[in-house]
Design a protein around this ligand. Structure first.
Ligand SMILES: [Zn+2]
Length: 443
């Protein structure tokens, strides 16, 4: 075929909507056209490129024993209610009804469908291990599609599912994927960094992400040049300082007018921010864990009644406390709480728990009698004599000590690692780097 007959037209000038270089070039060269927010037409040149990438992916998946199948985009809601993700996921999961009022979802991933298929097809452990995969269209109603094909709502994904009779088999297939993904990215000419990551909505025990380092990426990695430690900021650890021991001093109230931020407070009192405690209020959507009996639920829950699952969902105020020089990491916090979702609390919600926005602290709030869950960073029990809010406008307390003056529902690592923090393995300063996610494996 002649180029003059190519369906796609190149563009002479830069399209106004292009935010990043890849988006600009794909539009100008006639690979893609946008149909709606986060929804793209893939024109012949893009389709040819995807076919080539698909060939590499298929070869490498088959080399580790994968068998290709194609699963439906439209799926019955019952499967998602049974797994609990119908209740846990927010509006990114698109729910719809057919003409008979039957609840359906648009597939954003296919664990439910694969599990259902496997329980119908696999009669004996002797049929295992198995590995099935597909290259198929997914839909996730992302709140902010951006940067051309970097974050879209409709997208093509290769997803594979390993089925094993025991943990050793799972370990073996996890390692096989780890290797296969590295081979795929190498053959595609992409330099991929492998990092520890959050298991997110997939759940499970272990996850690795394959990341392409680029400033247009939405993820932030923390990397150690010295020992090779690499993790997504969502889960990255760092070596926390060991505060020098001090005898606890008596509590003392101090007037701190207009000190609603940690910076203003530390400045006013002439103290380093490390000598203050910072309180952050969030509302957590908690979901009851599904027990072993959950599989029975499918037969007894009417398909048209999503409220059955949603009744298990409750919102609680969370009072997260970190040292003033650190930041709360919402992914770590959500994991510590087993929360499905966190959102900032309103001032009214904070006041309802007896705390004063801008001057809040856990002092005087007893967790057992409070509406709030108090989650304290692991560093605070070792940090004596901090300045914290007095729950009274314009006042703070000096010499606040964990254990004596307040306690927590949960003590956990809930702070974010950042540029220059000491590596958790070797202590060398970590480097922060933006990256685009290429692939993700979950155990
Ligand atoms: Zn290191």
């Amino acid at each position: 075929m002649r180029l003059s007959q190519l369906f796609s037209q190149t563009l002479r000038s830069d399209p106004a909507e292009a935010e990043v270089e890849s988006h600009r070039l794909l539009l100008r060269a006639g690979y893609i056209r946008q149909l709606a927010a986060g929804v793209f037409d893939l024109l012949p040149l893009a389709r040819r490129s995807l076919n080539k990438i698909g060939t590499i992916v298929r070869q490498e998946m088959e080399a580790i024993g994968g068998q290709e199948l194609t699963l439906p985009v439209v799926q019955p809601a019952e499967l998602w209610q049974e797994s609990g993700r119908w209740q846990r996921l927010g509006p990114e999961l698109t729910r719809l009804q057919d003409r008979n009022g039957r609840q359906l979802v648009l597939g954003m991933t296919h664990e439910e469908v694969v599990a259902d298929l496997a329980r119908r097809e696999i009669r004996s452990y002797r049929q295992l291990p198995l590995l099935v995969y597909q290259i198929q269209t997914k839909w996730r109603d992302e709140p902010r599609p951006r940067a051309g094909l970097i974050r879209t709502r409709e997208f093509l994904m290769k997803d594979s599912y390993s089925l094993d009779a025991d943990w050793e088999g799972l370990d073996r297939q996890y390692r096989a994927h780890y290797q296969a993904y590295q081979t795929i990215f190498r053959r595609c000419g992409l330099e991929a960094s492998v990092v520890e990551s959050d298991v997110g909505m997939m759940g499970g025990q272990l996850a690795h992400e394959f990341m392409f380092q680029s400033d247009i990426g939405e993820d932030l990695l923390l990397l150690c040049r010295q020992c090779g430690y690499a993790a997504n900021r969502e889960v990255a650890r760092f070596r926390k300082p060991e505060p020098p021991p001090e005898a606890p001093l008596p509590l003392e109230s101090v007037a701190t007018p207009d000190c609603k931020t940690i910076a203003a407070l530390a400045n006013f009192l002439g103290l380093p921010q490390a000598r203050t405690a910072k309180a952050v209020f969030l509302m957590a959507r908690l979901v009851e864990e599904q027990g072993e009996g959950a599989a029975e639920g499918r037969a007894t829950q009417p398909a048209s009644s999503p409220a059955v699952g949603e009744r298990a969902v409750g919102e609680r105020l969370v009072f997260a406390i970190v040292r003033g020089d650190m930041e709360v990491n919402e992914v770590k916090l959500a994991n510590a709480l087993r929360a499905a979702e966190l959102r900032p609390a309103t001032e009214a919600e904070v006041r309802a728990a007896g705390a004063e926005p801008g001057y809040a602290s856990p002092v005087g709030l007893r967790p057992a009698h409070q509406a709030a869950l108090i989650v304290v960073d692991e560093l605070l029990p070792r940090s004596p004599n901090l300045v914290a809010g007095a729950n009274q406008p314009g006042y703070h307390l000096r010499n606040v000590n964990y254990g004596r003056d307040y306690s927590a529902t949960i003590v956990a690592d809930i702070t974010s690692a950042g540029e220059g923090h000491p590596c958790p393995q070797c202590g060398a300063p970590l480097r922060a780097q933006r990256a685009v996610e290429l692939g993700h494996i979950f155990k």
